[in-house]
Design a protein around this ligand. Structure first.
Ligand SMILES: Cc1ncc(COP(=O)(O)O)c(C=O)c1O
Length: 408
């Protein structure tokens, strides 16, 4: 868990809930900065660059803030690229790492001047035939490493759709040679929530072997997957140890490659997860024969991680932080099983109390939907102690705005 001083207090969050209503996502700008600085500090011994994987949270203000820190941006759709440019990122500081997109989308990114990662043979060949050496590219490889906190977020194993298998090296080489493609980067990303530093080391060794086959490289991108703690005692990736071991390995490799390469990363969760709080209101306390449910004014349409990944989010009652602890199952209001947490010890919850879900900055709002025609929550950014509304709560008009009514 984050150190106490990093955490927005219960009283403060209650004030935000009263002022902006609930459900509401609250982000703490300075926490994002602290996380970014932790990464920078861990990798001072080698030339490392970080590109925020904005799929975790794309509010334009978050992007602008992260740009102001000097961090780059990692994107997976042309819309994320466009948002990044709108937020002020230099195209040279944007990486585009899409999966299963068509050539048109890749060309659109090329026209915007960003770094492009190609992750399949078909597009590699088409891109090479069309552009040859005129637009350098990066190749996303699949290193065949099984890692990650959940199968849905494991992306580097043999059954994964991501990247070009390292066993297809000969095929890649044939395409590069015959189309004169200029390959300036190699990329891999084995998954999210990887606590074991050795997984990254195994990955980088594979990348070093691959790098020998590409003379024009300027960078090796190890993606991300740094694990953060979601509850007390939860293991995290030891970033300092990772920085030390990877920097040593990378510096060793750099001595033998004919030019020094940069080491790139694309952290998403590590930068924004702990900066985020999701505050909801207890609508009903419902005692059944077996369980005491707290039914809140939200659901998996707002925070899908518990139902989708079996993820754990610490839940606290910020309206009654010193009340007697009791056991509750916290559920949402969606029309199917919609459980945020089973058998949680929480200070006594009364109807109308505000509850907070911690570590809700990454893949929280971003994966939200209007399922059940419910409105998406508001978002508030806290910077230098001051709250700024950065997204209004949806209204019914938002749900209807792209619907076309016909006459019957
Ligand atoms: C290619 C790529 N890079 C970076 C990330 C960010 O991962 P994380 O949020 O675990 O840091 C992802 C996550 O899906 C990814 O697919």
């Amino acid at each position: 868990m984050p150190k106490q001083s990093d955490v927005l207090s219960a009283d403060f969050l209650v004030k935000i809930a009263e002022e902006f209503g609930t459900p509401v996502y609250v982000y703490h700008a300075e926490k994002i900065k602290t996380q970014y600085e932790k990464l920078q500090k861990a990798f001072t011994k080698t030339e490392a660059r970080f590109f925020y994987a904005c799929k975790a949270l794309t509010n334009i203000n978050i992007l602008k803030y992260i740009n102001s820190l000097g961090c780059g941006l990692d994107t997976v759709s042309i819309q994320e690229v466009q948002l990044g440019l709108k937020a002020g990122f230099d195209p040279k500081n944007i990486i585009f790492t899409p999966n299963c997109v068509d050539l048109q989308e890749i060309i659109a990114a090329k026209d915007l001047g960003v770094n492009i990662n190609i992750d399949n043979i078909s597009i590699l060949e088409q891109f090479g035939n069309k552009f040859g050496s005129s637009y350098p590219i990066c190749i996303r490889l699949n290193p065949h490493i099984m890692a990650g906190g959940n199968f849905k977020i494991s992306t580097g194993h043999v059954d994964s759709k991501f990247g070009i298998s390292i066993h297809q090296l000969r095929h890649i080489e044939r395409i590069v040679k015959s189309t004169k493609l200029k390959v300036t980067g190699l990329h891999m990303h084995t998954g999210s929530e990887i606590k074991d530093v050795d997984v990254f080391l195994r990955g980088v060794e594979i990348m070093f072997e691959m790098a020998e086959h590409f003379p024009d490289l300027e960078s090796i991108d190890l993606g991300s997957g740094f694990k953060v703690a979601y509850q007390q005692g939860d293991p995290e990736t030891d970033i300092d140890l990772l920085g030390k071991k990877l920097s040593d390995a990378f510096n060793g490799f750099n001595k033998n490659y004919h030019r020094p390469l940069q080491l790139w990363f694309e952290p998403g969760k590590f930068l924004v997860s702990q900066s985020g709080y999701f505050v909801v209101k207890a609508n009903v306390i419902k005692q059944t024969t077996a369980t005491v449910f707290v039914g809140v004014n939200s659901g998996f349409n707002h925070l899908i991680r518990p139902m989708f990944y079996d993820a754990f989010h610490l839940i606290r009652n910020i309206s009654n932080p010193h009340g007697t602890e009791r056991i509750y199952t916290v559920v949402g209001n969606i029309c199917e099983t919609d459980t945020f947490g089973w058998d949680r010890k929480i200070n006594e919850v009364r109807e109308g109390d505000f509850l907070v879900f911690y570590n809700a900055g990454a893949y929280g709002f971003e994966m939200s939907s209007n399922f059940n025609s419910r409105l998406k929550p508001a978002e508030v950014l806290i910077k230098e102690g001051k709250p700024h509304l950065i997204r209004k709560r949806d209204t019914l008009d938002d749900i209807l705005k792209n619907q076309v009514e016909i006459t019957f």
